[in-house]
Design a protein around this ligand. Structure first.
Ligand code: NAG
Ligand code: NAG
Ligand code: NAG
Length: 494
């Protein structure tokens, strides 16, 4: 983790250094301003290039504002909705490869749409603070583009969906707030909206829920260094998704830098830093490519509560679908939704809350939680799941935790719980038993697990499991106990 922090630190340092260099640059820019404005007068085109994605060899076709014939030439279909992809800050001045992956994914799954890439590279390939300033200009130009579509081909702005990554998320926000008239753009999706110079700003100075009829955001890299994080932490949408808590993403660990170097050469280092930031993009693409594997996220106060499995509730809009197929519901307040994901596509996991009632018969003796669990499902089994309990097992208490599975195992029909006693533990345990005379006869005390209750987030099904054998309910180190569905217990003879 040390080196990872170093890498993120380097990235942020770049931002900070360029922020300091900014003051000097500003004076320079002022000097050349008159020259710049005269140039602009003759230049009819906007700085932003609107590239309509096509299936041709060229890959895209440029649409020029105020040149109606370019819409026809490029094959813009005004009776279909428009999705516009807006990239972020550019370090190397070229369009990143995810843009075309996203365009292709949008087109292949939902061919009934126009896909345009808003190329603002000339304004984004700048020192970070300058690029930040330019987000307003670009937003303005996108708004003008949409207004022009409205005037020229009666294209309704409610049919526009802006998808902005990093700084592009705020560009989209500005586009939504600068557009003239009372009606709003249909939807804005912010993919890990940029944090530095936006975090804590007023809603008019960043992406906010007022910028479109519906706004959603996916936060994937909000790990903080020196008070700054690459992605914005605060909610900025109607639904704000925080995959894996939003701070950092699985598969983006520093160890993967070697894979990335193998794949991208020395640029692999940049890939590693971008990994968690860009994960927001790939989660969105995933939602387009894997229709049968849509990820559900759940409303929760914070990741710790979520990790206890306490938030898997879907009543009253408490859960929603991450990505393109989100249920568009405008709520008065932003909702933070949490979910876990895999490290690669398809990212979906299945979330379960387990509640286990344990009675520790040895008073005053705290048991280290070292349990594993195996599940038998109607479709598949899941073996040797680590139980993420952090607190020691004392007295008489119900423990709640979150378990995620990569595959759909169907309905759960049986649970096996094993106490993974280490040899050392067992030894102590036995010693302990020989010295202490037990009150209740010769019965060997242990842990009693009375019931295991399960709630499946994805299906909202609830299950209760009881010990298979009522006579032998004590669990000892290295032992495994089987729990069967209580509803079935008396009816079926499993
Ligand atoms: C535009 O899309 C509509 C709806 O799918 C379709 O009926 C129409 O043929 C398309 N127009 C062109 C020129 O492709
Ligand atoms: C909105 O209206 C003003 C005044 O007519 C105009 O200057 C501007 O270009 C329009 N569009 C945007 C996006 O500001
Ligand atoms: C555990 O606690 C519950 C309620 O607090 C009580 O009804 C039950 O008898 C206790 N069980 C044991 C074994 O102490």
């Amino acid at each position: 983790m040390k080196s990872l922090q170093l890498l993120s630190f380097l990235l942020l340092s770049c931002i900070i250094i360029s922020a300091n260099a900014y003051e000097g640059k500003k004076k320079e820019a002022l000097g050349s301003q008159s020259e710049h404005t005269t140039a602009k007068k003759y230049q009819r085109n906007l700085e932003t290039k609107f590239r309509l994605y096509t299936d041709t060899a060229e890959g895209s076709c440029r649409v020029f504002v105020n040149q109606l014939e370019t819409l026809d030439k490029c094959g813009f279909n005004a009776s279909l909705p428009l999705v516009m992809i807006v990239h972020g800050w550019s370090v190397d001045g070229i369009l990143e490869s995810w843009i075309w992956k996203m365009a292709a994914a949008l087109k292949s799954q939902h061919n009934q749409m126009n896909v345009i890439v808003a190329d603002w590279l000339t304004l984004a390939h700048q020192h970070y603070p300058i690029a930040v300033q330019n987000t307003r200009t670009t937003g303005q130009e996108i708004a003008q583009f949409v207004e022009w579509l409205e005037e020229s081909v009666q294209f309704s702005r409610s049919n526009v969906h802006l998808i902005g990554y990093s700084l592009g998320a705020h560009v989209s926000g500005f586009a939504g707030s600068f557009i003239n008239g009372t009606k709003k753009i249909g939807r804005i999706t912010g993919l890990d909206p940029a944090g530095p110079l936006f975090e804590g700003m007023s809603p008019t100075d960043r992406l906010s829920p007022d910028d479109a009829n519906f706004v959603d955001a996916i936060h994937t890299f909000t790990k903080q260094h020196m008070g700054l994080s690459v992605g914005i932490k605060q909610p900025v949408a109607h639904f704000d998704f925080y995959p894996n808590g939003g701070t950092f993403q699985p598969g983006c660990h520093i160890l993967h830098v070697y894979n990335h170097i193998a794949q991208y050469g020395i640029n692999g280092i940049a890939q590693t830093v971008k990994c968690a930031h860009e994960r927001s993009v790939h989660l969105f693409i995933d939602s387009l490519l894997h229709k049968d594997k849509q990820s559900t996220a759940y409303w929760c106060n914070d990741i710790n509560t979520f990790n206890k499995g306490l938030c898997l509730n879907c009543r009253k809009n408490r859960c929603n679908t991450l990505g393109y197929n989100i249920r568009e519901e405008r709520l008065p307040k932003s909702r933070r939704l949490f979910l876990k994901t895999r490290a690669r596509m398809p990212f979906k996991v299945y979330h379960y809350q387990f509640k286990i009632h344990i009675v520790n018969e040895i008073e005053g003796k705290q048991i280290e939680p070292a349990f594993t669990m195996s599940l038998a499902g109607t479709k598949e089994d899941a073996k040797k799941l680590h139980i993420p309990l952090v607190e020691g097992i004392t007295g008489n208490k119900t423990y709640s935790f979150l378990i995620t599975l990569d595959t759909d195992i169907g309905d759960i029909i049986m649970v096996k719980l094993k106490w993974e006693g280490t040899p050392v533990w067992e030894n102590i345990w036995d010693t302990f038993q020989t010295i202490i005379p037990w009150r209740k006869g010769t019965r060997r005390p242990g842990l009693i697990v009375k019931a295991i209750r399960v709630k499946a987030g994805e299906t909202q099904h609830k299950y209760t499991f009881c010990p298979q054998s009522i006579d032998n309910i004590h669990l000892h180190p290295s032992q495994e106990k089987t729990f069967v569905s209580c509803e079935d217990h008396f009816q079926r003879n499993i």
